[in-house]
Design a protein around this ligand. Structure first.
Ligand code: HEM
Length: 154
């Protein structure tokens, strides 16, 4: 049930151990509307948020390295939203679970990761850079696929 004026639903699906729920890619309209630059800005905000978050210890230690990491992530998100395959070109095949394996990703770390992403999305919502349906589709992707990255109970 929604009490606000926005139909956006940022609820987080409960993690079920051993289950990798089916993933739907975000609507490409999300990228079309915000543009590649908008996606890069989003990932920079997100990584700067992670830098200050309770899970900062699993990420690179310096701001400079975080900005480089944000660039790699932006390459991926542009690609998964149907844009140019920057990630494949710069980093190789995504293999996301394997790439996350060196880091301890717990169910709780996922929650912080998602809440930090929700904060980074706020300017896109406030500035109406795209429709709420497209933002919802992007969130749904994060909500589901982030469960796949969990590799540690606690
Ligand atoms: C929708 C789910 C997720 C996606 C699409 C995603 C995407 C990515 C990408 C593209 C990279 C860069 C890999 C590279 O360039 O080699 C990355 C790295 C990383 N991710 Fe994720 N990730 C997700 C979920 C998570 C979660 C839930 C956590 C932890 C709570 C996490 C922690 C990390 C860490 C520690 C790194 C390495 C540092 C960095 O390069 O950013 N990721 N992720």
């Amino acid at each position: 049930m929604h009490f606000g004026t926005s139909p956006l639903d940022f609820s987080i699906q409960a993690y079920q151990e051993g289950v990798n729920p089916p993933v739907t890619k975000p609507n490409p309209e999300f990228l079309n509307d915000i543009g590649e630059e908008g996606m890069r800005d989003l990932l920079e905000r997100f990584y700067m948020g992670l830098f200050e978050s309770p899970i900062k210890n699993i990420f690179p230690e310096s701001k400079e390295e975080m900005l480089i990491a944000a660039g790699h992530s932006a390459d991926f998100f542009i690609q998964i939203c149907g844009g140019p395959k920057h990630f494949n070109k710069n980093r190789g095949a995504p293999q996301m679970r394997g790439r996350h394996a060196p880091f301890r990703i717990t169910p709780n770390a996922r929650l912080h990761w998602l809440v930090t992403f929700e904060e980074a999305l706020q300017p896109i919502i406030k500035e109406k850079q795209t429709s709420e349906a497209n933002i919802q589709s992007f969130w749904n992707y994060l909500n589901v696929f982030s469960q796949w990255m969990i590799n540690s109970k606690d």
